[in-house]
Design a protein around this ligand. Sequence first.
Ligand code: FAD
Length: 520
Amino acid sequence: VRHLVVVLGDQLDPDSAAFDGFDAHKDVIWMAEVADESTHVWTHKQRIVLFLSAMRHFAAELKDRGWRVDYRALDQKARSESLGDELRKAIEEGQPSKVILVEPGEWRVRDGLEKVCDRSGVEIEIRGDRHFLSSVDDFRNHAEGRKELRMEYFYRELRKKTGVLMDDGKPAGGAWNFDKENRKSFGKEGPQEVPSYRASPPDEITTAVIELVEDRFGDHPGSLDRFLWSVTRAQAKRSLKRFIDEILPRFGDHQDALWTDEPFLFHSLISSSLNLKLLNPREVIEAAEGAYRDGKAPIAAVEGFIRQILGWREYVRGVYWLHMPDYVDRNGLKADQDLPEFFWTGETPLPCLRQTIGQTLEFGYAHHIQRLMVTGLYSLLLGVRPKEVHEWYLAVYVDAVEWVELPNTLGMSQYADGGVMASKPYCASGKYIDRMSNYCKGCPCKPGDATGDRACPFTTLYWDFLLRNEEELSGNHRMGMQLRNLKRLDEERREAIRGRAEQIREDPSCKTLVEQAGLL
Ligand code: FAD
């Protein structure tokens, strides 16, 4: 073997730089399914099925090109537990002169593979990932000399550089940002004509993987009753087309809204396909811009959607590689609570958390505001150790790969990185959830109450969070109004809030509190 070309589970990109110069007579593709990747965090069954099934489909496509693929399936005999051990065996067996791969999406994996090659005395060539529109170095250059990083400026640079949604050097539609138009709630009548989600039934490969996962990882979280996710590029392209044609025009308005029993609303559900590289962000952006240029979707919806991909997605990757490996251990607010047990079961009388966690376990999916302003907010307000929150998010979402999950969780939602990702903590009371959803209608708690039997735990913990972090946050001018409101609370009120917060910390699902108060 001349080159051993490593393809990881989130690198299923037919145009990958790993394949440049591939010689079918001399080179071999290497792909491996190992248990460690499903157990290092307690991974949701759908996430395992998605990765393994998509890998098997991709390997079959490569074989169709006439390429040799050394595919190491989990259910073959003598499989090693870890990627590193399995690669070491492959190097011993094949004696390649070089190992080639594209930058992995996780620091831990990159470090592990580099070490194996080093110890085995074989050269490793790590190639840039051209799936992204910006490189890790582009971001480093952007960050250099700046006191503060903000997504908006990086995004505008990329708009100018790529010409996306630009008219003669000016932003299309006359503004860079239409967020104000994209923050509507649904009002009393709720969302109208929500598209149903269509998925292809599992084929033979996926069915076999489902059986394997039930067998090997049966005790892992999540259900496999309804598996919705694209496992091939063809399926992913169909889902994208449907989104652009039927849903994109309505994406913007209610991007931040939530509704009972509506797990998907007007979101695209393409994150897992993007992150496994079944879809290329350029084709997604081009399709969305095309809909605007053809008059089929309004600028606010299209810009809002493109901002998520050209803006946030590229930006968080830059933050991850700029700050790893120490980023994962940051805990700027010194949070020290355990992740609540019910995050793994969804058992709570609080509809907002029950719905968000419930659909997460059912589908491995929650939309952005559920992740940020329901489970993320609750963890922040409770003061859960950010690493535990990170490990939960990495485990339960089908689209979770560390480069994108970690900055969103630890940075944006937990404010544990000292303000790299967000200029202030996303802290809010239950009134925010009440305004943006109908969850509170069926809840035994009242979003306006911070104390008493009907106190909404978000509201109690919101004030308690400000009390606990008052000093830490006092230098942040964007927290000014919230801290001024805090100052108006007298000592008696503060004590009552602290007392109630203590009760909630002892019973974070609020099951016992609600039962004891006879509110069920
Ligand atoms: P849509 O709402 O339709 O958005 C379109 C696309 O934009 C997404 O598919 C995604 O590729 C991109 N996007 C949107 N928001 C972000 C963002 N904040 N950062 C990066 N890309 C974004 N996204 C992941 O892909 N993987 C994760 O592991 C992940 N973990 C998150 C954890 C937390 C705590 C939070 C607050 C957000 C996280 N996100 C993550 C971002 C976002 O929630 C998901 O990308 C989105 O919900 C995926 O659903 P969708 O495809 O329907 O997205």
